[in-house]
Write a protein that binds this ligand. Sequence first.
Ligand SMILES: CC(C)(COP(=O)(O)OP(=O)(O)OC[C@H]1O[C@@H](n2cnc3c(N)ncnc32)[C@H](O)[C@@H]1OP(=O)(O)O)[C@@H](O)C(=O)NCCC(=O)NCCS
Length: 238
Amino acid sequence: MFSTTWAQECRPAGRCVFWNPCALPQSNPATTTSSNDTIGSQPTRPGEDHMAETVVLQSLSGSRARAVRHTIADVQARSYVDAIATGNPFESTEAFMERFEVYSGMSGFSMVLAIIDGEAVGQAFGWPLGADTTWWTGLVLDAGQPATEEFTVEDGTKTYALSELMVDKKRTGYGIAGVLYRGLLADRTEQRMTWLVNPANQNAYAIYRHWGARRVGTLQPVWQGAPQFHVLIADPQA
Ligand SMILES: CC(C)(COP(=O)(O)OP(=O)(O)OC[C@H]1O[C@@H](n2cnc3c(N)ncnc32)[C@H](O)[C@@H]1OP(=O)(O)O)[C@@H](O)C(=O)NCCC(=O)NCCS
């Protein structure tokens, strides 16, 4: 696939980080942002040689992300199609946006939006866990892990929490999640990253394992209707 090679070979040389306003949505609030780095690459389905389309990654701070919240909601609705169809209120776009309003205000919040031909097609966001984080509330560590107090102590430099990663269902299977994942984590300096996966989400779970994630425990967030997630840990630079 294209993304890792592209990011690792191009970014240190500074050649492939570019500003491409032509690729941003023409009638989308995202166009109102003005000075974000963007990253381009060629999405390719396994077995295909190439696609003509270029993915542009737009970096957003929390405030900029909230300024384009309608786009954020729309991408969630087009990505979590199957989960939304279950009728579980936790999976609804409305509930997602309630969480987004909280998450986007977290200190250090960072986000990337993937754009193809002016259309937002995927997004990922997260933030570093501070000393006062409630992220680990409800954590049950697996046997063999460190003591909970040791594992969960945070200072803002230890753990980056990947809160959400999603791709428009029509665009899945092209490597866009990989571009988002690597784009979001490219400049992270934390020692580890963590995120939650619903064990019923076998597709996402397989992808996360492919990226080197390992399960360390379980956690059920306090949000109403939240499932019991598996807690994953990985090296941000792996
Ligand atoms: C899960 C989701 C983000 C995947 O998006 P995607 O664009 O189809 O994923 P990609 O095509 O980028 O695949 C990601 C990587 O996993 C690999 N992969 C894909 N399916 C795989 C599988 N079954 N087993 C192992 N690896 C797999 C790909 O080759 C790719 O590898 P690379 O990054 O090294 O190139 C997307 O299906 C989605 O948004 N689902 C709904 C929302 C959701 O469930 N989000 C996750 C919540 S925990």
